[in-house]
Design a protein. Sequence first.
Length: 367
Amino acid sequence: MLRLFNIHRTNIDRMKIGILTHHTVVNVGAFLQAYAVQEAVKKLRPDAKVEIINYIPVKHFLINTLGWFLWYKNRQNWRNWGNIFRLPFTLKTERSKHMNLSPVCFTANGISKLGYDIIVVGSDEVWNYADPKSFNKIKFGHGIDSARLISYAPSAGNSDLSNIPESVSVGLQKFSHISGRDKRTVQLAELATKKKVVEVLDPTFLYPLPFEHNPYTPKRDYILFYYCEHLPIAIKQQIFDYAKDNGMDVIGAGESDTNYAKCTVNMTPFQWIELFRHAKFVFTGTFHGAVFSILNHRQFKVYLTNKGRIAKVGALLENLGIENRMMTPDYVFNLKTQADEIDYVSVQKTIDEKRTISIDYLKEALQ
């Protein structure tokens, strides 16, 4: 009986760490950043119980899910609608398989009742107060009084630093350790708190992530597109023509276009990673599309029209000294001349240095 009692006491006394992030967004990048934070915290605190807080902000959840379907409303390939419809359910299944999720909660009080010793806020744009649909005071710590708050790689997106809401400043004062994913977020936190804030890498850079066989991966060389929306038709067509003339496929992961050899949006996040591993070239318009091109040492270009994406992807490229990945209107694709444009020896050296800073910060914050 005494042995059983002691085991029970050990389980009670085990530290409990919760991660508060955008984990339910219908987006592969959102899934992978949340999973990466979870795995990093588990590595650094193997003695603790680590959970992703299954907090569902109802308004944000409904807007994001509805927006997902509306975004595809006028896409060319209607046959792909089955895949589009299934992705939210695929991601839900993957969350249940790969994330240690807490019980569902809808309020700050519900989070507090879960009894965490530490709550890690981040990563992703959890501190973006420029976007009314995602601004959430709870992710600035409001109403959470039962745990010590730290942040890992949150982003404020393109929020206006000259007009910081009082609720943001008051909330950030509650954090014992603050980091940001980009210079803009670091500036925000330093202005609001007058404390030193650490710039860290997106969590997907910290430790290698798993990948799975993807049935959509072609046997011959291919060019990968991932959400390169609004790319001028003339540029897109000459890429298609180049691929055809050189015996290559063009794959769309997350886009519908009748010119793609294979096209799907419904795949697991780890199958999605597999597509980046083997692509000869990547065209993307998203932050994590660029991240996984870099992680897999792929040559890539980004095309951006959205102000928020320009800010966050631009910050990533600047951090790694590869600002020339931004496409210009007169861009002409030629794999032979662009096969070695990125010096990945130099880029990897920068990543390794920043990774050390990032892990050291998180290790200290979790003590």
